[in-house]
Design a protein around this ligand. Structure first.
Ligand code: NAI
Length: 280
């Protein structure tokens, strides 16, 4: 139960269909849930992280452009006994981000954990890449992580505790056809290290996970785009992976769970390659 904590957090009561905080009825020493936000939490790696943090005892806000799918993920977490809400938001939209974080604070309490996972691909070789392909990828990954972290950090600073986990990628080291994505994912690493330096004194850690090949809709869509069956695409990836299998979203969720744990408070500014072998 890594997200449970003796703190000034308050136990949850019910209001307006959400689990709400209730300052009046709660002893300060109650064991209560940390509030976690997972962007891009509707499916894939984000969904697995949201499920894992809920299983660890967090109250989770599943934030995604795909509002309906986010709602289904949150419902399924609640069906399993967890606490979760869904919020439809575009992480690259400043006003949407502000509204989203305010809603999480209202519905669940001050966010203490932020996982910047939302992502898109717009792959192409440099000479064919449009400015829009470049801008969209940088907007979602980098601007999105920046806007979300800036909006959430105030709650973490006030609480004197926080965990930021950012999704990088092995593509940060360079990958043909991904000049935009690779720049964004390398940028995420610098962003993470600077967050660690700036926010460490407030009890906040920031770390990045750089996954290798993970079987999700994102990699499925890439296979379809290059005209290869997903089975062949996965087999090609596995041939390069020392542990001899593709990654699963749960592999990344396990790393996120560690970074968010109470005991990871001295681990900050790190980039963990979760790729089935040595990468960097
Ligand atoms: P996915 O495409 O299955 O899921 C991404 C989610 O992000 C989707 O639900 C999508 O709706 C959401 N999203 C996209 N743009 C958004 C926006 N502007 N605002 C809010 N939500 C938005 O992708 P997957 O595979 O689960 O990847 C998750 C993260 O892990 C991404 O950052 C990706 O770049 C990274 N990653 C994935 C790898 C893989 O092999 N699948 C490898 C390395 C990194």
């Amino acid at each position: 139960m890594q997200c449970r904590v003796f703190q000034t957090y308050r136990p949850v009561g019910m209001m307006n269909g959400f689990h709400m905080l209730d300052d009046e009825r709660i002893p300060m020493t109650s064991t209560t849930a940390r509030v976690a936000i997972v962007t891009g939490g509707a499916r894939g790696i984000g969904e697995a992280i949201a499920r894992r943090l809920a299983a660890d005892g967090c109250a989770v806000a599943v934030v995604d452009l795909r509002e309906q799918q986010a709602a289904e993920t949150a419902q399924s977490i609640r069906d399993d006994g967890g606490t979760a809400i869904a919020i439809g938001a575009d992480v690259s939209d400043e006003a949407a981000v502000a509204a989203c974080v305010a809603r999480v604070a209202d519905a669940l309490g001050a966010p203490a954990i932020l996982v910047n996972n939302a992502g898109i691909l717009r792959d192409n070789l440099l000479f064919k890449m449009t400015s829009d392909d470049w801008d969209q990828v940088l907007d979602v990954h980098l601007r999105g992580a920046f806007l979300m972290t800036r909006a959430v950090q105030k709650h973490m600073v006030d609480a004197g505790w926080g965990r930021v986990v950012n999704l990088s990628s092995t593509s940060a080291l360079g990958n043909r056809g991904q000049v935009n994505y690779s720049a964004a994912k390398a940028g995420i690493q610098g962003f993470t290290k600077t967050l660690a330096i700036e926010l460490g004194r407030f009890g906040i850690t920031a770390n990045a996970i750089a996954p290798g090949f993970i079987e999700t809709d994102m990699t499925r869509e890439t296979a379809a785009r290059v005209g290869v069956s997903f089975e062949d695409f996965v087999a090609g990836a596995i041939a390069q992976i020392p542990v001899g299998r593709a990654g699963a979203p749960a592999d990344i969720a396990a790393a996120a769970s560690f970074f968010c744990a109470e005991g990871a408070g001295f681990t900050s500014g790190q980039v963990l390659y979760v790729a089935g072998g040595p990468t960097a």
